[in-house]
Every structure is written in C-alpha cells, then in structure tokens.
Write a protein that binds this ligand. Sequence first.
Ligand SMILES: Cc1ncc(COP(=O)(O)O)c(C=O)c1O
Length: 406
Amino acid sequence: MKRVAINQETEQKLFFHNYARFPVAVTHGEGVWLVSDDGTRYLDMIAGIGVNALGYGDKRLVEAISSQAAKLIHASNLFMMPPQFELAEKLLALSGLSKVFFANSGTEAIEAAIKIARKWAGLSGNQEKKEVLSLSNCFHGRTYGAMSLTAKPKYVDGFEPLLAGTGMIAFNDIADLEAQVSEKTAAVFIEVVQGEGGIHRISQPFIDRLKELREQYSFLIVADEIQAGCGRTGTFFSYTQVDADPDLVCLAKPLGGGLPLSAVIGSEKVADVLTYGNHGTTFGGNPVACAAGIAMINAIEADNLIEHALEIGAFMNNEGQKLAAKHPQILEIRQYGLMIGITVDKEAKQYVGKALEKHVVINATSVNVIRLLPPLVISREEAQHCITTLDEIFTEETAAAEKSRG
Ligand SMILES: Cc1ncc(COP(=O)(O)O)c(C=O)c1O
C-alpha cells in the first residue's frame, strides 16, 4: 500500500483549512520534549494547548490507559463503569460539589452547563429567565452555545445567527455587570484566568460583586476551568483563588491525560435539574479516558505538581521580568502558576515561527500575547532553556532592526 506523504501539500489536499498547522510532523514525545519524524527534539511550552500536564510518556498514565483498554474500551452509559465512578468521586472530593456529568471536549462541557443553567432557571417559574452571559474577551468553545458566549468576530463571523438570549459583560467592569444582570439572568460564565483572551485574571471586586448580585437575582455562576483548571494556575481549581463559589464548573483539556474527556461538576442547587434522557453523549465518560484522568490526578498529587507549577512559574516570571527590562519589545508579563502571557509590541505570531526554528514550541493568542502553557512537570533547566531562547530571539530582532537602519 502506498504511504501517504506527511507534508504541507498533502495537508492542504486532505483537510478543511481550519487549522494552521506547524510544518512539523511529530511522532512521539519524552517528558517535555516532542520529537519529529526527522528526530528533531522540540521543547514543548504549550503542551498540546494546555492538555499534557504530565508531559509525554508518563509510565503511570500509559499503564492506566493500556490496562483499561485491555479490559474495556467502550460500553456506553447504558452501563455503570468503575473508572467513571472513581473519577467522579475524586472530582467531587476536590470541589466539594454534588454531581458530575462527563462529556468529551471543553465545548461540550460548556453546552451541558448552558442547558443545565437554562433548565434550572426555567424551574423557577420565570420563563423569561433564560439569559446566559459571559465576559468580554472570553473563550468558551466553538459549538453554537459556546461560540455564542465567545462571540469574538474571529470565531463568529459567517456562522450567525447565534444562540438567542446570550450577552456579554465587559471584563472586570462592575458598572457593566450591574447594568446587565437582572431577574432574566440564568447564568454568568467566567474564566478566572482568561486563556485565549491573553492570560488576564478576573478581579476580586468583580467576583465579590458578582456573588452579591447572584444573591439578589438568583442566577448561576459557571466557572470555565477548561484551561486554567487541574492545577495549572497553582491550585487544582483556579476559582478557589478568588473564592468564586461557582454553582457549575467545567473541566476538560488535561482531565483525560490527553484523551478526550470533559466534566461538568454541579452544586446541590442544580443536582436534580437533569432527568433521564435530558442530556447525554455516546462517548461521554469513556472508561479509558476516565482511567487516564484518575492516573493524571493521582500523579499530580503524588508528585506535588501544583506546588511545582507555582515554583517554576515564579521562576519563569522572575527570569521573564529580566528579559522585559532588557528588551523593549516586551510590554508586560502576566503569570499565574504555569499559565503565562507575554504581551509584545507587535503581532506575537512571528515569534512562534522564530521559536520553532530554534526548536521551542510557543503559542500566540489575542494578537500580541505569547502564551506559555508548559507541562506541569517542566524542570527549572527546561524553563530556563525557553527563557534563553526568547532572549536570543529578541536580541536577534533588535540586531536585525539596527542593521537595516544602517
Ligand atoms: C477556557 C476554555 N473554554 C473552552 C474551551 C473549548 O475547549 P475544546 O477545545 O476542548 O472544545 C477552551 C479551549 O481552548 C478553553 O480554553
């Protein structure tokens, strides 16, 4: 059989053009390093977009996946499956909440949360209470409900009409929050640290006022922990850092240890909202993905990876501030555990290509922000390697600009 050529030309022929893939074919990974088909090793500072908390090849994760795969890959939610139960129990213990629903992706968790919120609000008897609000600059996903909450032109243009009854509050703007929430509000979706939005943290006064208004109008607070959750920002859930006290929590990305898995966790308030057949998905809570999730959380706990994320994140911030003092291209660095944003004075995309040439994988978001979401297992030396590479890139850029000025 003829083997398909893995290159950009074939990529263009085979796929819809919705992903701007790097011109690199990866075949495997080791720790924090991705290895391409020609044997080049890349320091991975983005971890499969915030997924690979344990990096690549963690033996505990591989063993959990392979032994569960040998036992049972899929049976559907017609049955009770032990790994689902164990993972659900862990998530409830970690959150102190009451109920879990498993799905397969971040956007699906958001869809489920929208449905739970709307049905919960309708049960109050006020049939106008259906409004679902989010914060400007947020990202919640790309299916219709989640996209309607996201509502950035880049994600939305051409796909209208959006879900009715959605709206947006200006991020951290208390006056706008007060103006927008009302008796009609069913839920407000928040990211405690906005990821795609450029690594911005919600302010404490905004959260405090949001909670007061929840008392007044009776709506749900939904914490989207899809990117910031599972330890990345220095606590298992980022919402505990601002005491957001959410009614619903959405998790995904690292939850399945690299396999597709997401979860919605709900408080007692919403525990009985869904009834049989109300919501579901064939693959949700797949036993292999749940076994991986259990291994992932166990490894985070056994290796103290949350403390480690805090320590390495602080180190990167410290070294990054030195870079900022040296290179005028850097405007600001924002760091929450191992969720790091570096605002630069131009489009951040170009730095992604330059870093790749130096075999370091970084990411650009929100136009002028370099985003770093490395595996939580990254060592100090590897973090330093990233900083040194960025230093070289900014230095070379300045030298080239000086040369062209003569
Ligand atoms: C905060 C947040 N919410 C939702 C999503 C959507 O998740 P998924 O891509 O798994 O659908 C993402 C993905 O980047 C995210 O960062």
